[in-house]
Write a protein that binds this ligand. Structure first.
Ligand SMILES: Nc1ncnc2c1ncn2[C@@H]1O[C@H](COP(=O)(O)OP(=O)(O)OP(=O)(O)O)[C@@H](O)[C@H]1O
Length: 344
């Protein structure tokens, strides 16, 4: 079996002059109260996770929950105080500094919230910049930069400077730049938080489109659950430096591991997240169905049909009926009403 592209084993990042005192044999040994008493901040603690090749892995949590710190550890920018970050199965922080720089330059791409474009360089210069840092010849880097600029829909604006572009366009440049070196892992740290909602949605579509074409391994930070639902294969929810739960959006909504995850996902757009399999009930023997629905179909795709019908619909998996959905079951699920509970 192939390695996950990225993995964390017991990763902790502590801040404070006495931080190292709490690490024995590479493991964090103190609880939150001991750390607080010593004036140590556990920005990240006890994080175990695996990110498979081609997966879009979203890290979510409120401000200060440790998302950026964790991503800085995953991308080799910040060494953890305890634990290991494995990249392609090898501890990222056991590479020499020179090797780590090469990994970051050639195998990782980053997009930041505030774009971080170089103001004195044109769009072309900005997108070609990572290739310049790699020491590639001018003709090669410009050809690649033009290709990337076209990919993100900015052809014709190569000579403009960042200040001459809208926020959305600047972030397209940031995206083109992060992809110019053809990285294996693509990190996006709250890339669309500075953009207004319509542009934000457009940019989410852009990431989905690019991911459909390029099939990168993506690590995406956001504090917006709707955004996570749109783009994630799997979501990690962080609180106080810990990962509370990792799962698909559907797993987090259907089986929250903690009260925090339950509260976090309460307002989630269930119709877009839950599949027929999660909503179905046992099919009555000999039932006459109003139609059939694939077990993997999301509620939003069949809500109208089921809502308009008095008959239940059969739920099909691999050609076999595995359950049934009726109007009431669907509404109960969408409004969060327990089965059998009074509607009053
Ligand atoms: N260099 C540092 N020195 C001391 N404390 C730090 C440092 N970097 C982060 N922290 C602390 O670690 C905790 C986690 O910070 P982090 O920036 O990772 O959170 P975040 O979830 O990314 O927040 P935001 O969404 O606001 O960016 C916070 O309490 C923060 O104050």
């Amino acid at each position: 079996m192939s390695h996950p592209v990225l993995a964390c084993r017991g990763v902790a990042k502590l801040y404070g002059p006495k931080a190292r005192r709490f690490v024995t044999d590479g493991r964090l040994t103190a609880d939150a109260a001991e750390l607080a008493a010593a004036g140590v901040t556990a920005a990240v603690r006890d994080v175990d996770l695996e990110i498979a090749r081609g997966q879009t892995f979203v890290i979510m949590g409120l401000s200060g929950s440790g998302k950026s710190t964790l991503v800085r550890c995953l991308s080799g920018l910040t060494p953890p105080t305890a634990g290991e970050v494995l990249f392609e199965g090898r501890d990222l922080f056991r590479f020499s500094e020179g090797e780590l720089i090469q990994i970051r330059r050639h195998q990782m791409g980053m997009v930041f919230q505030h774009f971080a474009l170089l103001p004195h360089l044109s769009v072309l210069g900005n997108v070609a910049f990572p290739l310049e840092v790699q020491g590639r010849p001018r003709a090669v880097r410009e050809a690649k930069a033009l290709e990337m600029i076209k990919l993100v829909g900015l052809s014709g604006r190569e000579a403009r400077f960042p200040r001459e572009l809208s926020g959305g366009q600047q972030q397209r440049v940031g995206i083109a730049r992060s992809l110019a070196a053809d990285p294996d892992v693509w990190f996006l740290d709250e890339p669309f938080s500075a953009l207004d909602p319509l542009i934000r949605r457009e940019m989410q579509d852009e990431v989905l489109r690019l991911q459909g074409m390029l099939k990168k391994t993506i690590v995406f930070i956001t504090h917006d659950f709707d955004e996570a639902v749109r783009i994630a294969d799997r979501i990690a929810i962080m609180k106080d430096g810990r990962v509370e739960q990792i799962g698909t959006a559907e797993e987090l909504v259907m089986s929250p591991a903690t009260d925090y995850v339950r509260a976090f996902t309460r307002e989630a757009p269930k119709a877009k997240i839950l599949t027929a399999r999660s909503v179905m009930r046992p099919a009555p023997a000999g039932a006459q169905f109003g139609g059939l629905i694939d077990a993997r179909a999301r509620i939003v795709t069949f809500a109208h049909q089921v809502g308009a019908s008095d008959a239940a619909f059969g739920v099909v998996d691999n050609g076999r009926i595995i359950g049934a959905i009726d109007r009431l079951a669907m509404i109960d699920m969408l409004v969060g009403r327990e089965r059998g509970a009074s509607a009053a």
